[in-house]
Design a protein around this ligand. Structure first.
Ligand SMILES: [Zn+2]
Length: 215
């Protein structure tokens, strides 16, 4: 699904969207849940993008429905993989996910989840034209990404029926941090909000409502 001239939500990952930035270099934002990797590659091929054309894969956070095909796509594309230094140990499985997410990690074993290797951690620099903004709360090292007028929100917020809302509290490590992260983004310029869960929405009106709902 085309969002802007060079941003696409990958239909093969509907429900936990991975996004394609088709700029000077092709970039994937997140990789869907285990089992969706082949579908992602097929969808890219249908857009005339070869695996080797993907240069970077950027993770918003460590949850399994976002890193599910990290290893498969790393192998297929040869892309550089990026995540926050706080979330990388969870991706490698060096640190157990807290609470209910520990169960997901356990289940991912049965979903044949493979770990990626050689993840790079975000620094202060942009990756191509993508700005990385620390937005902790859903996970310790959750980030949002801004490319041109598009905010990739990861799981900081989700959309439902055209409105934005935060993810259910039992899925978050720090509710107060989420509020601070959302308020921090208020100062940034973007027209589109692209969450992993729910459909992309225009910022106009819904963002203001989201901020009001926090108070
Ligand atoms: Zn998610």
């Amino acid at each position: 699904m085309k969002i802007t001239d060079d941003v696409y939500a990958l239909d093969s990952t509907k429900g936990n969207y991975s996004y394609l930035i088709s700029g000077d270099e092709n970039i994937l934002v997140d990789t869907g849940r285990p089992g969706q990797g082949k579908g992602i590659l097929n969808e890219l091929e249908s857009m005339n993008i070869k695996p080797g054309d993907i240069k970077h894969i950027l993770f918003t956070h460590h949850d399994i429905d976002h890193i599910g095909n990290a290893a498969l796509l790393q192998q297929a594309t040869g892309a550089t993989l990026w995540a926050s230094k706080e979330d990388i140990p969870y991706i490698y499985g060096d640190v157990n996910r807290p609470g209910v997410k520990g169960l997901f990690s356990f289940l991912s074993f049965f979903m044949r989840f493979k770990k990626p290797e050689n993840l790079k951690s975000y620094g202060n620099d942009k990756i191509d034209d993508v700005e990385v903004i620390a937005t902790p709360g859903h996970t310790p090292g959750h980030v949002c990404l801004i490319y041109k007028d598009v905010l990739f929100a990861g799981d900081l917020v989700r959309s439902s029926k055209g409105q934005l809302q935060t993810i259910s509290s039992f899925m978050n490590v720090d509710e107060d941090a989420i509020k601070e992260s959302i308020k921090k983004l208020d100062g940034y310029s973007f027209n589109w909000v692209c969450p992993a869960h729910g459909e992309p929405v225009k910022r106009v009106n819904v963002w203001k409502q989201l901020i009001e709902n926090l108070n």
